[in-house]
Design a protein around this ligand. Structure first.
Ligand SMILES: [Zn+2]
Length: 146
């Protein structure tokens, strides 16, 4: 046996956690007949986490993931809009002619939109890692994939 805690899902769709060997009733509708074991867990903490996730709607889950990722990349930026959005716009507008882009043009663009040089450097760094920009000189890039 894998663990002493179980996660069971009721026919109404709600998942409830409990101990193996004890009668489990649905936390939403109270039914005891239609509980199907979905997983077993070693610890109560593990169980609690999986109950939480099991009852979270799918789209809400990915929305939450997105928000967490975003706030990790740019922790404090309430005053301006998102620098990554400005960066995206800058790439589109500045790379129109020959898909080459220069730091000086980006600096002007970011300055006009109220973002700092550090914001710009962060965005460029991410874009390079993601393969969006490829460096062609100390202060110039070619737009690869966008
Ligand atoms: Zn139920």
């Amino acid at each position: 046996m894998a663990g002493k805690y179980i996660l069971a899902r009721c026919s109404c769709g709600f998942a409830t956690g409990g101990m193996i060997g004890k009668r489990l009733s649905c936390g939403r509708c109270g039914s005891i007949k239609n509980m199907v074991t979905e997983s077993t867990h070693e610890t109560g903490r593990e169980l609690a986490n999986s109950v939480k996730t099991a009852n979270m709607p799918q789209d809400l889950r990915s929305e939450l993931d997105k928000r967490i990722k975003k706030s990790k990349t740019y922790p404090k930026n309430e005053k301006n809009n998102d620098p990554s959005k400005t960066f995206t716009k800058a790439i589109i507008e500045l790379s129109n002619q020959n898909s080459e882009i220069s730091m000086s043009k980006l600096e002007v663009y970011f300055d006009e939109n109220g973002h700092s040089k550090q914001d710009l450097l962060n965005c460029v760094g991410v874009a390079e890692i993601e393969g969006m920009l490829s460096r062609t000189g100390p202060r110039s890039w070619i737009v690869l994939d966008f």
